[in-house]
Ligand binder design. Structure first.
Ligand code: ADP
Ligand code: TRP
Length: 322
């Protein structure tokens, strides 16, 4: 039997997921689950670095789980689990924090951006240490992520090396697997990343047809000098490739000939996005309406994760002399 490499990734249960998350993270997870032994973690400890409403938090976790399953995550192939159910994440994170240089944490782009926006808390600073613990607990080989996480994964590799040097070889260095849709830009401002925190920039996976159409129709399509492609138009072409690939050739030719009508391109993109999201929305509703099935998927995932993580932390404690 072929031994599969192990894949690990995490996704935060913060608010409504959008098509940037879908293309940059979820679709990748679903596509790769056939080729890797896959672990997908709902990062509910990480998301606490930004204040969450305790009354809604459990539902947010369930909502992400339902979105993943509705998007095609196969619980027979992929272990889907919740970070906070596995104590070893916080335990290993503490050990790693004693090996991590402060300067490395302070120069992380995400720390600077988030602490400017949300005020500084120690969790925002040590966020990548917990992320390193997540990944290394499972001895993952590859970690599919968007571009914004690459810096965190480099630090994870540094932490693995430091642990190995101080306490004998324990961890291999997992590699980032960059998605080809690593950076979908905001529809209303193609100089910024599509993000739930920029109003009007994103299409939520739960969006109605009307909302999808009005966001796409409002997308920026400014022209660029000498027939080149502006950032807004290039972004729409990138989306078209994913959601309506059969139309890309025609619109590319029209663009190059200078005859393109962006209203036609947007209309084709709307149809493609709606055709992709509608079945996901239907399946998601079925998942939410059947909480027992979803709960049992997560329970089974938590058990598998607990088994692996407990072994790793035992090994680590022994090596550290605890
Ligand atoms: P947001 O920026 O909307 O808060 P997150 O930072 O929670 O999204 O990202 C969750 C996952 O989705 C990460 O793996 C991230 O790399 C990916 N992702 C987020 N926004 C985009 C985007 N615009 N393009 C591609 N991938 C994205
Ligand atoms: N930090 C990731 C994000 O913001 C989420 C995450 C937490 C993660 N732990 C992880 C991603 C481990 C990959 C591996 O999207």
């Amino acid at each position: 039997m072929k031994i599969m490499k192990r894949l690990f990734t995490g996704i935060q249960p913060t608010g409504d997921l959008h098509i940037g998350n879908y293309l940059g993270a979820i679709k990748q997870i679903v596509d790769l689950q056939h080729d890797y032994e896959s672990f997908v973690m709902i990062a509910d400890l990480h998301a606490l670095t930004i204040p969450q409403d305790p009354k809604k938090y459990h539902d947010q976790v369930i909502n992400v789980a339902a979105t993943l399953v509705a998007s095609g995550l196969d619980s027979q192939k992929t272990t889907l689990f919740v970070q906070s159910a596995i104590p070893a994440h916080a335990q290993l994170s503490w050990i790693f924090s004693t090996l991590t240089p402060l300067g490395e944490l302070e120069r992380m782009t995400q720390f600077k951006e988030k602490s400017d926006k949300h005020g500084q808390n120690a969790g925002l600073l040590t966020y990548p240490v917990l992320q390193a613990a997540d990944i290394l607990l499972y001895h993952a080989d590859v970690v599919p992520v968007g571009e914004d996480q690459v810096q965190h994964l480099e630090l994870m590799r540094t932490i693995a090396r430091k642990f190995n040097t101080r306490y004998t070889h324990t961890f291999n260095e997992p590699k980032a697997l960059l998605t080809h849709c690593a950076r979908i830009m905001a529809l209303n401002d193609p100089t910024k990343k599509m993000s739930k925190s920029i109003a009007g920039s994103a299409i939520a996976l739960d969006a109605s047809e009307d909302a999808i159409r009005s966001t796409i129709i409002g997308a920026v399509t400014d022209s660029a000098p000498d027939g080149a492609m502006s950032a807004g138009v290039a972004n729409l072409f990138g989306l078209l490739k994913q959601f309506a690939p059969e139309t890309v050739d025609r619109f590319t030719k029209e663009h190059d000939a200078g005859t393109i009508r962006y209203s036609d391109l947007k209309s084709a993109l709307c149809d493609g996005v709606i055709a992709t999201l509608t079945p996901i929305q239907t399946k998601k509703k079925e998942c939410i309406d059947d909480p027992q099935t979803l709960t049992s998927i997560i329970k089974k995932g938590n058990q598998i994760a607990l088994g692996i993580a407990s072994q790793t932390i035992q090994d680590v404690y022994a090596k550290v002399g605890l």
